[in-house]
Write a protein that binds this ligand. Structure first.
Ligand code: CU
Length: 270
């Protein structure tokens, strides 16, 4: 049988590997590895994830191919000692220079993404105060801080308070920046919404905040992501993203129920 020359076998090996990787990336498998998320910020993080992953795959394929080539091409062929070399300024410079350039590039792209994600909302954006407690959540909305359609003269706070048996629902409007203020009165919790591709701790004595702009409506399940005691696993909640008019209707309904229809009541915040 005729032997296929080594370089052709290697080329076939490489082509098969690259084709397999491309096929993997092109299919739904990719979204199973890393869901895209529903916010502008999640989209940025998802892009960064794929840039870093693909850069890593390219380096892996090149290094693995060079390794396999060297193992096969220069495998032991006799008892004679092969020629020995020392030094090689160009190769050494490339071996230091290329990784440094890659690291600087990935660092820069990551920093740009981080700054974009950490961008705070304007003061007039809707603010939702999230308080974690053992073992559920409170979501509070100040009536004079509801983003678009805010009535500056409105008073009081409406609050959704969950129990371990009854998951609270956090309602927020789509297509506008929403700021979350995170607080805790007891231990450290973590506000984790998978479809935001984001989580942030709630720390006693400290206020953390972040802003997202959701681009999809629907119900998205979420949970505490910091072991905070016996019933930590029951600290689930639902993020419900709705259209603006639906949000306004919901606020009006809750305000009527909690603050009394037609009257402006200064609520205690509970
Ligand atoms: Cu918790």
């Amino acid at each position: 049988m005729r032997r296929v020359p080594l370089h052709r076998r290697l080329r076939l090996f490489l082509a098969t590997g690259v084709a397999a990787l491309l096929a993997l990336a092109a299919t739904g498998t990719a979204s199973a590895i890393q869901p895209g998320g529903i916010t502008d910020e999640a989209r940025l993080m998802n892009e960064l994830f794929w840039i870093v992953t693909i850069a890593g795959l390219v380096v892996f394929v090149l290094v693995a191919a060079a390794l396999v080539y060297a193992m096969i091409r220069y495998r032991r062929q006799g008892d004679e000692l092969p020629p020995q070399f020392h030094g090689g300024a160009k190769i050494e410079a490339a071996m230091v220079g290329v990784p440094v350039v890659i690291v600087i590039a990935l660092f820069t792209i990551s920093m740009i993404t981080l700054v974009q994600i950490d961008d705070k909302a304007e003061d007039d954006a809707l603010t939702i105060e999230v308080t974690g407690f053992q073992f559920s959540w409170q979501f509070a909305y100040n009536m004079d801080d509801l983003g678009t359609n805010t009535d500056a003269a409105a008073e009081g706070t409406i609050a959704i308070i969950g129990t371990p048996q009854n998951d609270p629902v956090l309602v927020m409007p789509v297509d506008e920046p929403v700021e979350f203020l995170l607080k805790s009165n007891d231990v450290i919790h973590s506000f984790y919404v998978k479809d935001f591709l984001y989580k942030l701790d709630l720390i006693p004595g400290r206020e953390n905040s972040f802003t997202v702009t959701a681009r999809e409506t629907g119900d998205f399940s979420a949970q505490c992501a910091e072991l905070c005691g016996t019933n930590h696993a029951l600290m689930r909640f639902v993020v419900r993203v709705v259209e603006r008019d639906e949000f306004d209707a919901w606020v009006a309904e809750e305000a009527a129920r909690q603050l009394g229809t037609g009257t402006r009541v200064s609520a205690s915040g509970q």
